[in-house]
Design a protein around this ligand. Structure first.
Ligand SMILES: Nc1ncnc2c1ncn2[C@@H]1O[C@H](COP(=O)(O)OP(=O)(O)O)[C@@H](O)[C@H]1O
Ligand SMILES: [Mg+2]
Length: 256
């Protein structure tokens, strides 16, 4: 018998429809876009909807915004994340990247203790940069970096090290089979789908966010570029950042 795919709903109706019902459970999805496109908002919305609408626990790790800043952003969209935290449905954690070497240890402790069904890491690039600089703290990670340092005939460039750090992080994440969103920054005009140029190949899904501002007209768009284990829409979808976060202009509205 063919098993039906279990899906994690984003709770954003049009996006779930475009995903044929939601993100296949356990997928690791990159959300890539330039500054201000709405990556963090989408992440927060995914976490808040998961906790409040579906009763699914969400672990939100930010390397860029501390708790006060996250609360402020959520508050702007009317999301009461403190009450979700009190109900133990949401956990927000600020990870100071100067402690890069402790990240994987902390992450695994948080996952095994909190047991989230959704995981968000905002952002992947600041994290992998700090892991690369620090070396990874667990044994496997350390030896991997050491090997690259000592016996590898290939010059030990920063790029090689950061790639192995990235593979290692994905390996750890896959172990838990939690539906995960990782954000990555895209620079203006880039052809790449992530800032490191590698994670889009390792990730199960890639969602691209674009911002176009010309002569006072602004336009935001989202495109599902990749989503393993499901059929999905491929067209570019227009959205805005409104009172309740990411809002899509549905076709009915456009017809008015
Ligand atoms: N309360 C709000 N209502 C509507 N739009 C908002 C609100 N707060 C922030 N925004 C919009 O969201 C943008 C920032 O989104 P964010 O998710 O932080 O982007 P990114 O993480 O991609 O840098 C701001 O530039 C602004 O346009
Ligand atoms: Mg952000």
């Amino acid at each position: 018998m063919v098993e039906e795919i279990i899906r994690t709903k984003t709770g954003i109706q049009d996006l779930d429809k475009a995903l044929n019902g939601g993100i296949p459970q356990g997928n690791i999805v990159l959300v890539s876009g330039g500054a201000g496109t709405g990556k963090s908002t989408l992440c927060l919305q995914f976490a808040v909807n998961g906790a409040s609408t579906f009763g699914e626990k969400a672990l939100y790790i930010s390397t860029e915004q501390n708790k006060t800043e996250l609360y402020k952003q959520a508050n702007g969209f009317g999301w009461d994340i403190s009450s979700l935290e009190l109900k133990n449905l949401l956990k927000t954690v600020y990870f100071d990247i100067t402690e890069g070497n402790l990240f994987l240890e902390k992450l695994e402790t948080l996952i095994t203790e909190f047991k989230p069904q959704r995981l968000i890491i905002d952002s992947l690039i600041t994290l992998t940069d700090s892991l690369t600089v620090a070396g990874i703290s667990n044994d496997e990670g350390f030896s991997m970096v050491r090997v690259a340092e000592t016996v590898s005939p290939i010059p030990r460039t920063e790029k090689i090290i950061s790639k192995s750090v990235l593979y290692h992080l994905f390996k750890v994440l896959r172990k838990y089979q939690i539906t995960t969103i990782l954000t990555t920054e895209l620079f203006e005009g880039t052809e790449l789908l992530s800032s490191d140029g590698v994670s889009e190949f390792i990730a199960d899904g890639v969602v691209l966010l674009h911002f176009l501002g010309v002569g006072g007209m602004e336009s935001r768009s989202l495109q599902i570029r990749k989503m393993r284990y499901t059929a999905h829409d491929e067209e570019v979808m227009q959205y805005s950042l409104g009172k309740s976060g990411i809002e899509f202009s549905t076709s009915e509205e456009l017809n008015l």
